[in-house]
Design a protein around this ligand. Structure first.
Ligand code: ADP
Ligand code: MG
Length: 186
């Protein structure tokens, strides 16, 4: 079930052109900026895009220019990841799963990260996330105390996802369409 959905959504995402990724990502960045008062945060977690994932690099660059600490995920072993700061957008190497990983080894304490932008293959309306099937984020988020923002395109938001006990929902999902804070309804 999860596997089929991954394949279906990834095949749609893989068909986006470079221009489409750029245009949609620009809209998503605008929505992030209108949804959050980013200047109040000092340590923000992002990711670097894999394939056609939403590309938040222009936003990351802007925040770096403003003196923010930007941390990115790096896998430590088959199950664990942690977040490390970057000096600039080229401060990475290619790691596991061809993901661009930060070079630094100065691990950011989990509770120092104030807001985290999380990619996914799909998110449900309730904020549950479908990843690549390894569970890195699920494990990391268990005791992560602050804001979790799911980032994806509209076609990646689905009504329901099969969820397991260990799945941890994000607090809000941002796509190219402005969307209300769904958690308020719960
Ligand atoms: P994804 O979130 O990437 O879509 P899954 O939710 O299917 O993937 O989780 C992948 C694997 O990670 C599962 O086999 C699950 O057992 C394991 N896992 C997820 N969260 C935890 C956790 N908190 N502790 C231990 N194992 C976990
Ligand atoms: Mg999961």
């Amino acid at each position: 079930m999860k596997k089929l959905l991954r394949e279906k959504i990834l095949s749609i995402r893989n068909q986006l052109t470079k221009t489409e990724v750029e245009e949609l990502s620009t809209k998503i960045i605008d929505n992030i900026k209108s949804m959050f008062y980013l200047s109040k945060y000092q340590v923000l977690a992002f990711y670097l895009p894999l394939g056609n994932e939403v590309d938040l690099r222009p936003l990351i660059q802007e925040l770096l220019d403003n003196g923010k600490t930007i941390v990115l995920p790096k896998t430590l072993d088959k199950h664990t990841m942690a977040f490390y700061p970057i000096k600039d957008l080229n401060d990475y190497h290619i790691g596991r799963f061809k993901v661009m990983e930060p070079n630094s080894n100065e691990k950011m304490p989990k509770d120092a990260i104030e807001i985290m932008f999380i990619p996914g293959i799909a998110f449900s309306h309730k904020g549950y996330r479908l990843g690549f099937g390894v569970g890195y984020y699920d494990r990391y988020l268990v005791d992560y105390p602050n804001i979790k923002v799911g980032v994806c395109y509209d076609f990646q938001v689905v009504e329901e996802l099969p969820t397991d006990l260990y799945d941890i929902p994000v607090d809000v999902i941002i796509t190219e369409t402005p969307r209300p804070l769904y958690r308020d309804e719960d």
